[in-house]
Design a protein around this ligand. Structure first.
Ligand SMILES: C[S@@+](CC[C@H](N)C(=O)[O-])C[C@H]1O[C@@H](n2cnc3c(N)ncnc32)[C@H](O)[C@@H]1O
Length: 315
């Protein structure tokens, strides 16, 4: 079953709690003195959802003393901040992204906050209620997209190509694809199908940034860690994350002729000067705890080798 179909998601106005938690992470990041991203809409989106979860939207003065329920989400916000910035940087590097597709867009507000080239189209695919909620809140804030924004309600575990073409997507033009926080919620077959569709719809010069899903077998150790995270935060990650040994996006796109580069979470930590810890850097010891640790979708597993990100170009 997909994330959309799970009953715990049908709370908080039917919004996926994980999309709210990620928006909360961006709100927290935005509030930091050393913010890596400025998302002026994230906090308003979280507040408007009236979530039953105690989602933090501000980085506290003493994070290590924050309420225990908020600590895992504050920790996750460090990861979300780096991930958002990494993808922002990717989108703003290289040739101008005139046609972009954001798969599982959630409460991502890049269409409203990044500078897009003239004539740029941004297609956002997610469930109708997510896209409608976001449009409603942003219009109440009088926010205007800085591109032609085309919301496209679709279930990405079912065929979605026709809907995208009907919405005006042009497969003859280079496309920039964003897969952020999506794959971990799809089973292995659906992940493979989405990646194959990305490859099939990509003209020469297309690019992609993909957050990998780590393999998540049903072992006692992993179940215990997921249960602990769920108990701490109220986010039922153990029900939401697909228990899959997913395909490696880099292998799949390599085989389709793309040039792929892997980026570990460690690399992001050193690139952006962040440590995945709520303790002050010296208290966490040199380098702090192992990167790739507690993050929303990159839950600890014995094998982190498939975590992190892939950036790819179709030459
Ligand atoms: C963790 S959120 C991440 C959202 C966004 N990419 C971000 O980083 O803020 C995952 C999103 O994927 C969407 N999603 C999960 N499964 C999906 C599916 N089968 N079809 C369409 N969207 C899906 C959810 O609705 C949710 O908004």
């Amino acid at each position: 079953m997909t994330e959309q179909g799970r009953s715990p998601e049908l709370e908080d106005q039917g919004l996926p709690q994980t999309a709210l938690a990620v928006a909360a992470g961006r709100a927290v990041e935005t509030s930091r003195a050393d913010a890596l991203v400025a998302d002026p809409f994230a906090s308003a989106l979280v507040v408007a959802a009236r979530s039953h979860l105690d989602l933090p939207t501000v980085w506290p003065a003493e994070p290590a003393e924050a309420p225990p329920l908020q600590q895992p989400l504050l920790l996750a916000s460090i990861y979300i901040g780096m991930r958002t910035r990494f993808i922002d940087d990717f989108l703003q590097s290289g040739p101008p992204a005139t046609q972009t597709v954001v798969l599982g867009a959630g409460l991502d507000t890049r269409a409203f906050r990044l500078p897009w080239p003239a004539g740029a189209k941004v297609f956002e695919i997610d469930s109708a209620n997510v896209l409608e909620f976001k449009a409603h809140v942003l219009s109440r804030l009088s926010a205007e997209p800085r591109c032609e924004l085309i919301p496209l309600p679709a279930d990405l575990s079912l065929p979605w190509r026709e809907g995208l073409l009907a919405a005006g997507f042009d497969p003859a033009r280079p496309t920039t694809w964003v897969l952020e926080g999506l794959l971990p919620y799809l089973d292995a077959a659906a992940q493979g199908a989405v990646l194959e569709e990305v490859a099939a719809l990509s003209a020469q010069g297309s690019r992609a940034v993909i957050e990998r899903a780590v393999a998540l077998p049903k072992t006692d150790d992993i179940e215990a860690k997921l249960r602990e995270f769920s108990e701490q935060t109220g986010l039922p990650m153990s029900e939401l994350l697909a228990r899959a040994d997913p395909p490696d996006p880099a292998e799949l796109l390599d085989a389709a002729g793309w040039r792929c580069t892997g980026h570990t979470v460690e690399e992001l930590c050193s690139m952006y000067g962040r440590v995945l810890s709520l303790a002050a850097p010296d208290a966490a010891g040199p380098g702090g705890p192992a990167p790739g640790g507690p993050a929303l979708e990159q839950q600890p597993t014995p094998d982190q080798s498939r975590g992190g990100f892939v950036t790819a170009l179709r030459p």
